[in-house]
Design a protein around this ligand. Sequence first.
Ligand code: MD6
Ligand code: FE
Length: 210
Amino acid sequence: MEDGQAGANGIDLRGARYFPGFLDRPAQEALVAAVRGVVAAAPLFRPETRRGKQMSVRMTSAGAVGWVSDRRGYRYEPRHPSGVAWPAIPTEALAVWEAVAGVERAPDTCLVNYYDAEAKMGLHQDRDEASFDWPVVSISLGDDALFRIGGRERGGRTESRWLASGDVVALGGAARLAHHGIDRVRPGSSSLLPKGGRINLTLRVAGVSP
Ligand code: MD6
Ligand code: FE
């Protein structure tokens, strides 16, 4: 393996596995086209936090269930807020899971996050799933984003990395409950999305019955 290359298991990032440049440009374009189909069926919305604050990221989902957030809390629901069922997870995204997750089980949900130039995501743990035995696989498309990852406990040392379009990160094993977030995006850093911005897809096994 050449220096700086990911290899089959990725680069270690505080226990997470980081696969820079996992998707080439045609694969990124195919995924964006698939995401457009998801967004046409289940439009992006801006969730509220538990405390009633609007998030800066806009979201939607694909799969049997989708992640929603409002004053009732964070949870998985079988329907988009409009009442329609979530569309199917794009096959291109399922292929990424199959290549990096290292588990037999398929994901049942794919969260779609859209970041404009001002959006960010505070440090959090992904812990709304029924089991933490399954990894979370994240795909970045569009503008670069500064990803920060720490440990299981809040307030510890963190490490930051710029994620570029086509990069994949898998949080599994001891890193499954690592705190992580996006400090900022770098507007105009990618030509993938004609109107700019960043799309992040996160595939998970929510494991809750729809
Ligand atoms: C983002 N990512 O990249 C936010 N969660 O926009 C996440 O929240 C995330 O990258 C779980 C696993 C990997 C991630
Ligand atoms: Fe997350």
